[in-house]
Design a protein around this ligand. Structure first.
Ligand code: C2E
Ligand code: MG
Ligand code: MG
Length: 642
């Protein structure tokens, strides 16, 4: 006699899980469909098990064909459940394991075999033909020779789930998800072991219920994907959706952006704005038929609509609605919106890039009050993709200290000897090609990693000075560029001083080049300058002529040298004027030394020398060279002068 009363509460708990699951909006993605399959298959398995057990307990009263069929359903559902449990892990891991078609079919084989044998058992199983999964005769149900195929399939799918988790562990960002997959598979593993060793204890379904609960809590709680009181999906949901549908994006994204969102939030206050956003999300959900509404913070909505949707009429309808205030319980807010349309999203190579370019485009819309929608062109996406790749290279370079130090000689105008150098950093892409700072410095500034980058360059320069010795190279100092964003770091002086000290380098040997951008906040600038000067650092003003600083302001800064930007130098050399000579004279009278940048030929060198420039830098003497090649370059320039 089998007992089965415990199956009833399990069915009830499964019902509660489904109830909660369906009470909130759900995203139409593979893993969610698989979760439903998981719960349904478990329910079918339990019901088939229950009915088969009831019939078997009283087999004389039941038609053997029905008994056969019930068992067939039970066995088929058992195999299906094992497969679906594996499929859940596979869909979370975006089917990376099943990219290979051969593997894909191989993995399905135990499931197909199980179903085929379940049917064959029902059709042909008997005491004589007992080599199937089971058979039913006049004395009721009996296990067949191949019964253990259940365990083989069960263990196989756990193994496959764990193997794919191991192989693609790094692809999962969230710990909750990594350990969720591990835990639910271990639970099923234990249940199979107990079923195998202690067949009298019918606790497999209780364990499967535990596994389903783990899946629900770790992955499927709809709240993970919701924002604005459940009226919109969040950014995680959008990235999941894009990741799954990027290649065949059937839905078209429409960006709806609240203008000057941060300022508006300051005016209305955070809670009131949140309320208002929820009302807006509700409106968008109700009025954009078949659209999926996502909210990506900062007043950015993205609605995925079907290709046949008339975007223009939606835009008009939404813009009209924004002419009225948004009212909720305790909020009445007036906002204006802009729109972005994405035509070519399919052409980007990864969902991360698609998401990043969308956010970037929405940022642009948020700052402009243009009535026309911003159409995202292919060029925009190509630029966004490039930027994204550069960000990856920078991150890799920061993590592996992969910045290369290049040095460009600076020549004393009178003697022609190399007197100093400028440190310029380089990063390489995957193919080993050099990326220039003009491309990666702005990306590092935007992504907030410029401080780490700057410290690495400074550290590399100090190490170079320590290893080679300035005296041995015949130079007096090396300039290091400092970005304005770096200059905002409050402990900059301490950090740089301690790096210099750790290499035994005198801070006065490393001149810090700053641009006029760092001068914006005068009082903060003066404080930073003082802190760095106290530690012994000296300053050079870079790219003079491209910003807005005036002589009065410069006088208050302890620059030892001013570098005239190459655009000014080139301008003067092609079309001489009276301004540059007077400017240089004024600087010299004030006590600054002058460097002319971008000297590309002998004539330019002569012209700048005549104007009174103290130092010259440019391709005429040498392009920036890898640090190892620097001493060779210095010798070559020396020979050239002789
Ligand atoms: P910069 O500080 O004005 O550096 C001079 C730039 O002009 C260098 O470009 C150099 O290769 C280039 N250059 C020098 N002489 C000539 C010439 O005769 N003709 C031409 N056409 N170009 C010349 P690079 O290395 O591409 O650096 C560009 C800018 O990126 C630098 O301008 C600097 O502002 C920034 N940068 C470079 N390395 C770093 C760094 O480690 N940290 C920071 N914050 N900025 C850096
Ligand atoms: Mg510079
Ligand atoms: Mg410069």
């Amino acid at each position: 006699m089998w007992t089965y009363s415990f199956e009833i509460p399990i069915l009830m708990i499964l019902g509660i899980i489904l109830l909660f699951y369906y009470s909130r909006p759900r995203l139409p993605i593979r893993r969610n469909h698989t979760f439903i399959m998981m719960v349904v298959t478990e329910t079918v398995t339990i019901v088939a098990d229950l009915l088969a057990t009831i019939a078997d307990n009283d087999h004389r009263e039941w038609n053997p064909v029905i008994l056969d069929l019930l068992n067939m359903f039970y066995f088929a559902a058992f195999f299906m459940r094992a497969f679906v449990m594996y499929r859940f892990a596979a869909s979370v891991l975006k089917d990376r394991f099943e990219k290979n078609l051969f593997f894909k079919h191989l993995i399905r084989l135990p499931f197909y075999l199980g179903v085929v044998f379940s049917v064959l058992s029902a059709l042909f199983g008997s005491e004589k033909h007992h080599y199937f999964l089971y058979y039913v005769d006049s004395s009721g149900y009996h296990s067949g020779t191949l019964y253990n195929l259940l365990y083989v399939a069960g263990f196989f799918y756990i193994f496959m789930a764990l193997l794919s988790l191991y192989l693609f562990w790094r692809c999962l960002g969230r710990r909750r998800e990594k350990y969720g997959i591990l835990l639910y598979n271990l639970i099923i593993f234990v249940s199979l072991i107990i079923r195998l060793t202690l067949p009298k204890y019918l606790i497999m379904d209780t364990f499967v219920l535990m596994a389903i609960l783990v899946v629900y809590l770790a992955f499927e709680n709809p709240e993970f994907f919701l924002d604005l009181r459940g009226y919109a999906f969040n950014r995680i949901a959008l990235s999941e959706h894009l990741e799954e549908n990027n290649k065949s994006l059937k839905l078209r994204p429409l960006g709806i952006v609240i203008h000057s969102f941060n300022e508006m939030r300051d005016i209305y206050g955070g809670p009131q704005m949140e309320e208002g956003l929820a009302v807006i999300a509700k409106y968008l959900r109700q009025h954009i038929k078949k659209g999926i509404v996502f909210y990506c913070r900062n007043g950015h909505f993205i609605v995925l609509v079907t290709p046949d949707t008339d975007l223009e009429s939606i835009r008009k309808q939404v813009a009209d609605r924004f002419m009225q205030p948004w009212r909720s319980r305790n909020a009445e807010i007036y906002l204006t919106v802009g729109f972005a349309e994405f035509e070519y999203l399919k052409s980007v190579s990864s969902p991360d890039i698609a998401l990043n370019s969308m956010i970037k485009a929405l940022d642009m819309v948020g700052m402009s009050y243009d009535r026309e929608p911003l159409k995202i062109t292919k060029d925009f996406l190509i630029r966004a993709e490039k930027e994204f790749r550069i960000r990856q290279y920078i991150e890799k370079a920061i993590d592996d200290s992969g910045f290369e130090l290049y040095l460009q000689p600076i020549v004393d105008a009178k003697s022609g000897r190399v007197i100093g150098a400028e440190a310029l950093s380089r990063v390489r892409d995957d193919e080993g090609k050099i990326i220039l700072p003009g491309e990666f410095i702005p990306v590092a500034e935007n992504s907030g990693r410029i401080n780490e980058l700057g410290e690495l360059v400074f550290d590399n320069t100090c190490r170079f000075i320590k290893e080679k010795g300035l005296d041995n190279l015949g130079i007096e100092w090396i300039n290091v560029n400092l970005s304005p964003a770096q200059f905002l770091r409050i402990d900059l002086a301490d950090r740089f001083a301690s790096i210099a000290k750790s290499h035994g380098v005198d801070p006065s040997n490393v001149h810090l080049e700053i641009t006029e951008g760092a001068l914006i906040d005068d009082s903060f600038f003066q404080r930073q300058i003082k802190a760095l000067t106290d530690k012994g650092f000296m300053f050079v003003l870079d790219d003079y002529g491209t910003g807005y600083s005036n002589l009065a302001r410069l006088k208050r800064c302890p620059f030892i040298n001013i570098k005239i930007d190459m655009s000014i130098v080139w301008g003067y050399c092609t079309e001489p004027d009276a301004i540059l000579p007077r400017m240089i004279q004024a600087f010299k009278d004030t006590g600054f030394t002058i460097t002319a940048e971008g000297i590309e030929d002998e004539k330019m060198a002569e012209t700048m020398k005549k104007l009174g420039c103290d130092y010259l830098q440019g391709y005429h003497f040498s392009k920036p060279v890898a640090a190892e090649a620097f001493s060779g370059t210095v010798s070559e320039i020396r020979k050239m002068q002789c």
